[in-house]
Design a protein around this ligand. Structure first.
Ligand SMILES: [Zn+2]
Ligand SMILES: [Zn+2]
Length: 557
C-alpha cells in the first residue's frame, strides 16, 4: 500500500510591491527557512495627508523571525531599502547587498542610529551565498542606480530567477554590463519561475541607455550661459557622475545641497563609485563669489517637495542664491505621477523667474531604469521559465505583462497574477495559489509607526477638504442652564470677518437645539452634543452647501 508522503512546498509571496509601485518586499519560504528579498517604502498618496512614508506590514516576518535567514537586496532605491530601518528594529537578520547598495543603506540607518547594530554583509555578482535551503547567485543587472543585481536562487524544488529592477543598457557606466550569461545558464539548467519587473510594460520598444541622457545634458551645459541648477535623486549615482563629468568638462564648480545628496556623494566617493577632482566641489557659502558662468548647483527636490531647495529656489526664497533670467534649471529625474501637480507648480515658479526649465517629456534629461516591452519579452525568451510571476507594478501592468507572455506562447495557467500576501506554492510537480497571508500598509508619521489608522486618515481628509467648526457651550453645573452665549470657532471653513451674520445665526441654532433638548437629558452631555451637532450640520448644509467637521464642546462651570 502506498502511503501519501508529505511534500514540502516552496512558498513565494509579496508583502508589498504587487498592485502598487513601491514598498517592494518579497518572501521566499521553504520549510523552516525564509528569505526576504528587498524591503522598500512607498511615498504616500494624496489621500494620506501628513503621512511621511508607507511601509509594508511585516507581521508575518515578525511572527516567524526565527526562520528568517537573511534579507537580500537588489539595489539601493528607496522602494527597495526604505523600510529596512523599521524591520531592523524588530529582527536581527543579516542584510546582504552590493557595496554601493549597503553604502546607501548605511546612510539611511545612520538617521535611526542603527548603524552599529545591523549586520550588513557585502556580496558581489557571481559570488554565491547559502541561506538555509536557498543557494543564491547574485547576477549583475543594469538599472538607473549603480551596483544593481538580480538573483538566481536554487531551491530544493527548482531554480527561481528574481529580476530586480532592470533594463538592458548596452552602454552602462563603469562597464557594469547586464549578465546575460548567468540568466541563460540557468535557462539551460531549467528555470522553475521568473519573478519579473512590470513597471514599463506600457512603453513600446527598448528602454533607452543612460548614454542618451548624457548627450542631452552635454548640449544643455554647452548652451548654458549662466548658472546651471540640476536636480536628481540622491541615490542616482550614475546620473550624479554624469553631471559631475559635465561640470569638469565645462569648468563649473559644483555646489551640492540637500542632506541626502551630500551624504550619498560622500559615501559613494569613499567607496570609489564617484570620481570628482579635488577642489571641484565647493562650499555653498562661496556660491555668490563664483561667476554664474562657472556655477553648478546640484540638488535634491526634483519632485517639488514643499520645503526642498528646488521649491525654495523656484519661489525666490533660497538662502544661498537667487535665480536670474536666463539661468538653466534641469530636472533630471522621473516625474512620479503622484507628484505631477507639485512638480508642474514648481516648474511654473521657475518660469516666473524667466529661467529655462528642462524636464522629462520636453527634453531627454532622464532615462527610465526599467525594461520596456521588448526588453521584457527578451528576458522571458532567454530565461525560458516554466512559470511567470509579474511583480513590481500596478494591476494593469501585471496583466499587460501576462498578455505579453501569452504572445510569446506561454500557457495562461503558468502565469500567476498575485496580490500582496497571496502566495504561489510550488510542490515539485505543479504550482498553485495558496491561502492568503494577512498583509497591509503601515503609515509612518513622524515617530509614529502604524498609529495613524483609517479613521485618523478620514478625519485628516475631512479637515483638509471642509475645515472645522467648534461650538462651545458653557453650562452651569448648578442649574444646568447656559452660563453664557454659545461660542463658535471655525478653521478652514469660512472667512470669519465676512461671515459674522452666518455665525451669529449658527449660534442661535445652537441655542435652540440646546433648549429643545429638554432638561431631563442634560445630565448626559453626549446627547446634548449630538443634538447640537445635528442641528448645526443641517443649518450649515442649507446655508452654505458645505460639510465642515462639527465639534460641539461642553464646558461645565
Ligand atoms: Zn529601482
Ligand atoms: Zn523599484
Amino acid at each position: 500500500m502506498k502511503s501519501e508522503t508529505f511534500q514540502p512546498k516552496l512558498k513565494a509571496f509579496a508583502l508589498g510591491g504587487i498592485g502598487e509601485i513601491g514598498m517592494n518586499a518579497f518572501v521566499l519560504e521553504y520549510q523552516d527557512d525564509i528569505i526576504l528579498i528587498d524591503c522598500g517604502q512607498m511615498t504616500p498618496e494624496s489621500e494620506m495627508p501628513g503621512i511621511d512614508l508607507v511601509i509594508p506590514d511585516f507581521s508575518y516576518i515578525l511572527e516567524n523571525k526565527e526562520k528568517v535567514r537573511g534579507i537580500i537586496l537588489t539595489h539601493g532605491h528607496e522602494d527597495h531599502i526604505g523600510a529596512l530601518p523599521y524591520i531592523l528594529q524588530e529582527i536581527s537578520a543579516p542584510v546582504f547587498g552590493t557595496p554601493l547598495t549597503l553604502g546607501l543603506v548605511r546612510v539611511k540607518l545612520q538617521e535611526f542610529n542603527l548603524n552599529g547594530k545591523a549586520q550588513l554583509v557585502e556580496i558581489t555578482p557571481r559570488s554565491p551565498i547559502s541561506l538555509g535551503a536557498f543557494y543564491i547567485i547574485p547576477y549583475r543587472v543594469t538599472h538607473s542606480v549603480a551596483d544593481a543585481i538580480g538573483f538566481a536562487i536554487e531551491t530544493p524544488l527548482g531554480n527561481v530567477l528574481f529580476s530586480g529592477d532592470y533594463k538592458f543598457d548596452p552602454n552602462p557606466h563603469a562597464g557594469e554590463y547586464f549578465d546575460f550569461f548567468t540568466v541563460s545558464s540557468y535557462a539551460e539548467k531549467g528555470v522553475l519561475a521568473l519573478f519579473a519587473d512590470s513597471t514599463n510594460v506600457e512603453r513600446q520598444g527598448n528602454a533607452p541607455s543612460e548614454i542618451n541622457v548624457t548627450a542631452t545634458l552635454d548640449r544643455l551645459f554647452r548652451e548654458a550661459e549662466s548658472t546651471v541648477v540640476v536636480s536628481a535623486f540622491a541615490s542616482s549615482i550614475y546620473r550624479i557622475q554624469t553631471i559631475i563629468n559635465l561640470a569638469e568638462k565645462y569648468d563649473r564648480y559644483i555646489f551640492v545641497t540637500g542632506l541626502n545628496m551630500v551624504r550619498n556623494i560622500n559615501m559613494a566617493r569613499d567607496l570609489g563609485y564617484l570620481n570628482v577632482t579635488d577642489g571641484r566641489l565647493r562650499d555653498l557659502k562661496d556660491i555668490e563669489d563664483v561667476p554664474p558662468r562657472r556655477r553648478l548647483l546640484l540638488s535634491t527636490g526634483s519632485q517639488g517637495e514643499s520645503l526642498s531647495v528646488m521649491s525654495r529656489l523656484a519661489l525666490d526664497d533660497y538662502k544661498w542664491m537667487k535665480l536670474k533670467p536666463g539661468d538653466t534649471v534641469i530636472i533630471s529625474a522621473r516625474l512620479i505621477p503622484g507628484n505631477a501637480l507639485d512638480i508642474l507648480q514648481m516648474i511654473n515658479h521657475f518660469s516666473d523667474r524667466e529661467a529655462n526649465v528642462y524636464y522629462e517629456g520636453i527634453e531627454n534629461v532622464h532615462a527610465s531604469g526599467h525594461a520596456y516591452r521588448d526588453d521584457m519579452k527578451h528576458l522571458i525568451q532567454i530565461a525560458r521559465p516554466r512559470y511567470l510571476i509579474p511583480i513590481h507594478g500596478e494591476s494593469r501592468h501585471l496583466r499587460a505583462h501576462r498578455a505579453l507572455a501569452l504572445e510569446l506562447g506561454m500557457d495562461d495557467k503558468n502565469i500567476f497574477i498575485l496580490k500582496n500576501g497571496l502566495p504561489v506554492e510550488f510542490d515539485g510537480a505543479k504550482a498553485q495559489v495558496g491561502e492568503r497571508i494577512p498583509t497591509g500598509r503601515v503609515l509612518v508619521d513622524g515617530k509614529g509607526v502604524g498609529d495613524v489608522d483609517k479613521d485618523v486618515l478620514r478625519e485628516r481628509l475631512h479637515l483638509s477638504q471642509d475645515g472645522m467648526l467648534i461650538a462651545i457651550l458653557a453650562i452651569s453645573r448648578k442649574t444646568g442652564e447656559l452660563a453664557a452665549d454659545p461660542y463658535i470657532v471655525t478653521r478652514g471653513f469660512v472667512f470669519v470677518d465676512e461671515s459674522e451674520e452666518l455665525l451669529n445665526r449658527a449660534k442661535k441654532v445652537v441655542l435652540q437645539a440646546f433648549m429643545e433638548c429638554g432638561c431631563k437629558t442634560r445630565d448626559d452631555w453626549s446627547e446634548v452634543k449630538e443634538e447640537v451637532r445635528r442641528a448645526l450640520k443641517k443649518f450649515i448644509k442649507v446655508e452654505t452647501a458645505r460639510f465642515p467637521m462639527i465639534l460641539p464642546v461642553v464646558i461645565e462651570i
